[in-house]
Design a protein around this ligand. Structure first.
Ligand code: G3P
Ligand code: MG
Length: 254
């Protein structure tokens, strides 16, 4: 597989947050499908590990908010997790929607040639392990893909250690550092992790930061921009990609 430095940039400008933001149950395949019906060709989602090491999509450490389960998701096996309803909390229309395994997501995005931003969202204490296992699993699932066929995912994380773990097992899969609040070392951290992108809270991005990121040879992306004036301002300042919940309001133009 390619190294990060010569792997093509895998994402278009518009990226649907957690599948399709808030219009369908976040981080499920139903959300990906809804985002696709709005013209989105790339998706951000949050990945963590079951107790038996299966990568699957869930934002929170706890199951409570977005499924019929409760307690720490990392304490339950995939066989237990895969029986939960991850849709009825959102709406009756989505009752019975299962949690999505990374394997199912891989099949969906590869079949449709969609881009994928895999946010490593480790259960606290599992940062390195999550990066390593997801890295290994991405290599297995995307084996034989790439090079003009299906694109590799972009890994991202707020946790540098998770990105280190992914770099260890999947050095050729590109990485982006997520930044929610300013810290002095952010650019050095991104460079020393071999990142190809820095993805900030949109409130942190301005022209100077875009320039610093570009000068370091990386892409500048933001999350989660849902407002038209904010999006216009970000585009004017040269950002390379926007992660949004508002898939019904922003028509992806590239
Ligand atoms: O990956 C960008 C964004 O998803 C980070 O925030 O909390 O929605 O995962 P969060
Ligand atoms: Mg996320």
């Amino acid at each position: 597989m390619n190294t990060s430095s010569n792997t093509p940039w895998p994402l278009p400008f518009w990226i649907a947050h957690r599948g399709a933001g808030k219009l369908a149950p976040e981080n499920t395949l139903a959300a990906f499908r809804l985002g696709a019906t709005h013209g989105y060709r790339a998706f951000e989602c949050d990945v963590k590990l079951s107790s038996d090491g299966v990568p699957f999509l869930l934002h929170d450490s706890s199951l409570r908010r977005t499924s019929t389960g409760s307690g720490l998701a990392s304490a339950q096996s995939w066989s237990e997790l895969s029986r939960l309803d991850a849709g009825s909390w959102h709406s009756r229309a989505h009752a019975g929607e299962p949690l999505a395994s990374l394997e199912a997501v891989a099949h969906f995005v590869q079949a449709n040639r969609f881009g994928l931003n895999l946010e490593l969202k480790p259960t606290p204490g599992q940062e390195r392990l999550t990066g390593q296992v997801v890295g290994r699993e991405v290599l297995r699932l995307w084996q034989g893909q790439g090079q003009g066929q299906a694109l590799l995912p972009l890994f991202s994380s707020f946790e540098p250690v998770a990105l280190e773990g992914a770099r260890k097992t999947a050095p050729g899969v590109p990485r982006g550092l997520l930044l929610d609040s300013p810290r002095e070392s952010w650019l050095d951290e991104a460079q020393s992790l071999g990142c190809v992108a820095v993805i900030t809270n949109y409130r942190l991005m301005d022209a100077a930061r875009v320039q610093a990121i570009h000068a370091a040879g990386m892409k500048a992306l933001v999350y989660t921009a849902n407002d038209e004036s904010v999006v216009a301002w970000l585009r004017a300042n040269g950002v390379d990609g926007i992660i949004t919940d508002a898939v019904d309001r922003f028509v992806p133009d590239h």
